[in-house]
Design a protein around this ligand. Structure first.
Ligand code: SF4
Length: 163
């Protein structure tokens, strides 16, 4: 979930990282339009395999190296058992799947975008006023599903640096 667009929209490269080298790994690095441009690539990550492994693991960017999710940290330190950690991951996956299902129901099928980007796309569509009542109801359910995922992510998965 850290690499498939469920929890994050993008990975940022540090100022001292070689964007060209990261691009050469096959990751589509882009630059923000800020005064001091920041290099980043969007999630879901192209390096993420179907078996949940990273195909560029040895050369992964610094942010990928340093990030450890709160659930992993809690399990590793013994604050929670591995069974509880698995339960939390399962719960988050279930909430993300519910949100994806509702996105599909609203006609948003671009699995190449992060969950957050897909939700914002649908939100813009709804805000344009071009939806009927049924789609409005589905959007309300989607908003709730996204909120429930976000709550869990903030409570258990993100660490302070990512919030
Ligand atoms: S480079 Fe590897 S660790 Fe980093 S987001 Fe992509 S799959 Fe995940």
């Amino acid at each position: 979930m850290c690499c498939d667009g469920t929890l994050f929209d993008n990975v940022r490269l540090g100022a001292d990282e070689d964007a060209a080298a990261v691009k050469a790994l096959g990751l589509p690095v882009r630059f923000s339009r800020a005064k001091v441009p920041v290099a980043f690539f969007r999630q879901p990550c192209r390096a993420l395999g179907a078996d949940c492994t990273c195909s560029v693991y040895a050369n992964r960017p610094a942010q990928c190296r340093s990030f450890e999710c709160g659930v992993f940290k809690a399990a590793e330190s013994g604050d929670i058992g591995y069974e509880s950690a698995h339960r939390l991951v399962k719960q988050a996956r279930k909430r993300a799947e519910r949100a994806r299902k509702l996105l599909r129901k609203m006609g948003e099928r671009d699995e190449g975008l992060s969950l957050g980007a897909r939700f914002r796309r649908v939100q813009r569509w709804v805000e344009s006023g071009e939806v009927d009542a049924a789609a409005g109801e589905t959007f309300a359910a989607l908003g709730l599903a996204m909120h429930q995922l976000d709550l869990l992510a903030h409570r258990k998965f993100y660490t302070e640096e990512e919030v």
